[in-house]
Design a protein. Structure first.
Length: 601
């Protein structure tokens, strides 16, 4: 499996390839900027005046939020070097592939030029630690962003919380398209995401073959073992992230076999090989909890006789000064079909009033497209086909985000491309090391092909069409907010999550937001680290790519620091964590929330 070391002092290919770009991209002179500055004193000469420097030559102190002012932190390095490179690469892409982009988007030269200028200014503002500009597009979502920017204490790239600045840059990158005539639907990372899918075909074929054996109804023990294995496949798929690798392709690696031919990439073997790098493993607890909770929710749904005939959404809406709810279920209790009795009408309760979820659902808050999304789809398919849950909701990003995060278009692309996959490779069988059974040279070839992958793609298409797989993209996921503040900023999304049997958060960015971007004590428990964010049982699957973590056994963090002080920036280690604590689902005091579902998937 490839690891992507990102610091300039590492030996990674990425840092050497890009060192030139780094030098030209970055010109912040933080210390000189802040130490002394000549100022004109009226009627006198220019004199040097001390200006307090916000930069500290330290790592992020414990219990403090990550921020670009700590010069030995990954936040500082990311804002100073990684993010500018990502922006430079978008500019390169626009210059290099201008004609292709123009014809695919019906855009003009002016659109391309304008977008390049827009990104160049954004990059410049970032590296010189300017104050954020307000967004200039006028949409409700952009107005919210402007409200948060105006209310944030520190409106500078390096002095605000890292996650806010990073999200702000991706939001601005999107604004550049929104402001242009011809680039409204342009995704600056589309090519990289598609290439990364293609590069991962082989491990997808291997996982698809194995998944086919996990789908038929199985006994409890096998079901639990398969569930746990798939969680681990989902975890290590989070290594394939194009933002950490600065857009360079990242795929699961395989070594050369004894015949000199690359071995088949086998993600199940990788799960085994990386056993010691899994620092917290709650997979058994997760499997037990999801199954038990799903059964309880199914029973509650079946026995729910407490449905309202008439929902009070309109009254609530009026009280809240909002337009009345348009959902069918909220209309006055009228029989849905001719001849339906009042009892039948009761079967459609108002979502705002439900104290029992409408269906047995499992939620995935997605991270990266390509191989990682494929792995999430495999887990979702397993949960549905084992009849553990009835629906899986995938929460994706409405706009291009952190290079490789899933958008609705990527979701569609991955399923379509699986369905159309055509791949096959044959590799001579490996002989087992001497001393092991069957030491004799095995005969024949091991082959891998995309037949099962294509079948799965076809099934997933149907699961999307019949509403078993639901794609949702609430704006909150592309806001800068950490999750403990979700209830305040998006109570409707919080309530939607409360309907889930469990919510699985994928990846590093989600993890940072779960922990409130706070560098807590690494031994602090996951539940405490969540700071009260408990809409449903929460699962975090994350390879460690930023310098914060919780739930580690005593002494582990110190031990790993002793081995490699940059271990938290490379995605080599992972955690699978569960917080079972949940806030009870009560009838809402607000009118019904709009669906948030994406129709065109
Ligand atoms: O969420 P993901 O895809 O696992 O990781 C996103 C990521 O690459 O972006 C951040 C830096 O930009 C890091 O925290 C993290 O490594």
């Amino acid at each position: 499996m490839s690891t992507t070391s990102t610091r300039p002092d590492s030996q990674s290919q990425h840092s050497s390839v890009h060192s030139e770009t780094v030098r030209s991209a970055v010109n912040i002179s933080d210390d000189e900027e802040y130490s002394t500055k000549p100022e004109f004193i009226y009627g006198g000469p220019f004199i040097k005046v001390e200006k307090p420097c916000p930069f500290l030559n330290t790592a992020t102190p414990m219990n403090v939020q990550l921020q670009g002012t700590f010069k030995k932190s990954f936040a500082y390095y990311s804002l100073k070097e990684r993010l500018p490179i990502i922006l430079t690469k978008v500019i390169d892409y626009l210059s290099r592939e201008g004609s292709k982009i123009k014809s695919a988007n019906s855009a003009s030269d002016e659109d391309i030029r304008g977008y390049i200028q827009y990104i160049t200014k954004l990059k410049n503002d970032l590296v010189t630690n300017k104050k954020y500009d307000l967004l200039t597009v006028d949409t409700p979502e952009a107005r919210k962003w402007n409200e948060w920017i105006s209310n944030t204490e520190n409106q500078y790239y390096f002095t605000n919380i890292w996650v806010f600045s990073e999200c702000y840059v991706y939001r601005r990158l999107r604004e550049g398209c929104e402001l242009s005539k011809g680039l409204q639907n342009f995704d600056p990372f589309d090519e990289q995401k598609e290439q990364s899918f293609v590069n991962s075909l082989e491990p997808m074929c291997v996982v698809a073959d194995k998944l086919m054996t996990m789908l038929p109804p199985s006994d409890k023990d096998k079901r639990k073992a398969d569930f746990m294995t798939l969680l681990k496949i989902c975890l290590w798929a989070n290594k394939c992230d194009l933002s950490l690798s600065l857009g360079e392709q990242v795929t699961l690696n395989s070594a050369d076999g004894s015949s000199g031919v690359k071995k088949i990439i086998d993600p199940f073997q990788i799960v085994n090989d990386l056993k010691d790098k899994l620092l917290v493993d709650d997979t058994a607890k997760i499997s037990d909890l999801v199954v038990t909770k799903a059964e309880a929710v199914a029973r509650a749904i079946e026995g729910n006789t407490n449905l309202k005939t008439k929902c009070s959404c309109n009254r609530l809406a009026t009280l809240a000064g909002l337009p009345p709810c348009k959902q069918e279920c909220c209309e006055e209790a009228k029989p849905s079909e001719e001849g339906a009795t009042e009892g039948e009408a009761q079967q459609v309760p108002c979502p705002g009033k439900l104290t029992v979820p409408p269906a047995v659902m499992f939620d995935v808050v997605c991270d990266n497209a390509g191989y990682e999304l494929f792995a999430d789809l495999c887990l979702a398919h397993f949960l549905v086909s084992q009849n553990i849950v009835k629906k899986v909701r995938f929460h994706v990003k409405r706009i291009p985000w952190f290079v490789s995060d899933v958008t609705p278009r990527d979701f569609k692309y991955v399923i379509r491309s699986c369905a159309q996959a055509s791949y096959s490779r044959e590799v001579p069988m490996e002989s087992k090391p001497e001393g092991e059974a069957e030491a004799a040279e095995p005969e024949g070839l091991r082959s891998v092909n995309s037949n099962n992958l294509a079948n799965l793609g076809g099934i997933w298409r149907k699961l999307v069409d019949d509403g078993t797989f639901v794609v949702m993209c609430d704006d909150f996921w592309t806001s800068p907010h950490v999750y403990k503040d979700m209830k305040q900023h998006d109570p409707d999304l919080y309530r939607k999550l409360q309907f889930a049997v469990a919510v699985m958060f994928k990846g590093d960015l989600n993890y940072r937001k779960l922990l409130g971007e706070r560098n807590c004590n690494p031994t602090l428990g996951f539940e405490a680290a969540l700071q009260g964010f408990t809409p449903a049982p929460l699962i975090a699957l994350r390879t460690v790519k930023a310098d914060l973590v919780c739930g580690l056994p005593k002494g582990k963090w110190e031990q790993l620091n002793g081995i490699d002080d940059k271990w938290m920036e490379k995605g080599d280690y992972g955690v699978i964590q569960l917080c079972a604590k949940t806030e009870a689902l009560r009838a809402s005091e607000r009118p019904c929330a709009p669906g948030g579902e994406v129709d065109d998937v």
